[in-house]
Write a protein that binds this ligand. Structure first.
Ligand code: MN
Ligand code: MN
Length: 464
């Protein structure tokens, strides 16, 4: 055996998909047309749940009813407060053989409005946000924004708000300084380029004015802004206190690059995994193991709250399912395996210092298995066991899915967490699998179509 043969037998690295399987390109590009549409239809967790429920209902899913007997191939879902969703296809094996869980999150970093947000300063009306999730605040100035959300009016009617997505609708914007006057600001640390209380969202600049009597009133621009919102949605200023309003980038998902190899869009962390997981769920016929596809909220702020995975709602769902299938919940959990489907940081050649080359994920090299996340010695991570890695890799390789491994940056360069630790708390084996992302958490994130398609193929293989 010569060196070349020996190397082929003993050494390994994840190949570039376009070299190894160029024929995948066509299917991947076609798949991403639907993916981009999903991104445009769901820019908040609530909108994602709505769109997912629509797709589930078209595919014959029904809301779970514990009194109904469910048989292999039946399809059900649970809607948690319109902000998190679980869908399942009953498998042919007994439930006690374990379920195949796939959990992605549908919340993304953004600007949330404070409870008392509307104010006027020097004849400009603004809305005041408190940012949600890990954002680099300086990136959010001079970006066209859309307003999304729900308001509970005093008449107890829930009003859905969406301004800035449809063609011809106005958008909103946070201003930044011109370079000519930015010498003081340029000296700030980048993390303070725009400070939290400087993220004021421009909403209007013309006053309400009927006659000179109005000269006696203050804040006429604020009044005009409120009048316009009232005309559109019947809301008053007090209604902001019973609202969840999110400002997100107003642009649509688009192709990036001469070769159109990337998708550029807001919120691909983690809707890229949510969509690919959902597609695999929708297409599951009669899987061996019962599937459980989880689209969770609140991951970006630590999975806290009753729509996040550090809540017992998934446990309760599995309790219901176990009751329905006469299965012991403890056994179900113990025999289950979960993909915590979330994105990882793709190696960025412009910023090599924060990555360790041999243990980074690369665009166009497939879905990324992240054995552990965390920071400072894996703290806050669920470190997948050798056995779990072995099982998942075998599943992927049986279907010829392109995969690679990746760490979230070099040791001590930073870190992060996912839902994996909360799944592990249920006594379920879990590993992070996802898509490498460039510019993660920016208002505009990039992902490679070949990787997106690989994630979809991985999730489909998992649900076979
Ligand atoms: Mn994520
Ligand atoms: Mn994230």
């Amino acid at each position: 055996m010569n060196g070349k043969e020996l190397a082929k037998e003993l050494l390994w690295e994840a190949p570039h998909i376009a070299k190894k399987a160029p024929a995948l390109k066509e299917a991947a590009y076609a798949f991403c047309e639907d993916y981009k549409e999903f991104l445009d239809r769901g820019k908040t967790e609530r909108e994602c749940v709505k769109e997912a429920v629509r797709l589930l209902c078209v595919a014959g899913y029904e809301q779970f009813d514990k009194k109904k007997p469910y048989r292999p191939g039946d399809k059900v879902y649970w809607n948690n407060r319109g902000k998190a969703l679980v869908a399942s296809t009953i498998g042919s094996l007994p439930l006690e053989n374990g379920v195949r869980m796939n959990g992605a999150h549908i919340d993304s970093p953004r600007l949330d409005l404070k409870p008392n947000p509307l104010f006027e300063k020097c004849e400009i009306a603004y809305l005041k946000p408190h940012y949600y999730g890990g954002i680099r605040k300086y990136q959010w100035g001079t970006v066209p924004l859309a307003m999304h959300g729900v308001v509970m009016r005093s008449d107890k009617e829930a009003v859905e708000i969406s301004i800035g997505e449809a063609d011809g609708e106005p958008r909103f914007c946070v201003t930044d300084l011109l370079p000519h006057l930015a010498s003081e600001q340029n000296g700030r640390k980048l993390s303070e380029g725009l400070k939290g209380e400087e993220l004021n969202i421009f909403v209007a600049s013309l006053p309400f004015y009927e006659d000179e009597e109005d000269d006696k009133l203050k804040n006429l621009v604020k009044l005009m802004a409120m009048k316009l919102l009232n005309e559109a949605y019947g809301i008053t200023e007090k209604d902001f206190t019973r609202a969840e309003i999110e400002f997100v980038p107003a642009y649509r998902a688009m192709d990036i690059g001469l070769d159109r190899s990337l998708v550029g869009a807001y919120g691909q962390d983690d809707r890229v995994c949510a969509y690919t997981a959902l597609r695999a769920e929708l297409e599951a016929k009669t899987p061996a193991h019962t599937t459980l596809t989880i689209l969770a909220d609140k991951e970006e702020i630590g999975s806290v709250g009753n729509t996040g995975l550090n809540s017992d709602f998934v446990r309760h769902i599995l309790e219901e399912l176990s009751g329905n299938q006469n299965a012991d919940l403890g056994l179900v959990l113990q025999n289950s395996i979960c993909l915590s489907s979330d994105v990882n940081a793709a190696y960025d050649p412009t910023f090599p210092a924060v990555y360790e080359e041999r243990n980074s994920s690369y665009i166009n090299h497939g879905c990324v298995l992240t054995k552990y996340t965390g920071a400072r010695g894996k703290a806050g991570s669920s470190d997948a066991s050798a056995e779990t890695m072995g099982k998942v890799i075998a599943l992927l390789e049986a279907e010829g899915v392109f995969w690679q491994t990746g760490e979230l940056g070099a040791v001590d360069a930073g870190g992060g967490g996912t839902i994996a630790q909360f799944v592990a708390k249920l006594n379920v084996d879990v590993v992070d699998v996802g898509v490498p992302i460039l510019s993660m958490h920016a208002p505009f994130e990039l992902a490679a179509k070949l990787d997106i398609y690989s994630a979809y193929r991985a999730f489909s293989a998992f649900y076979k």
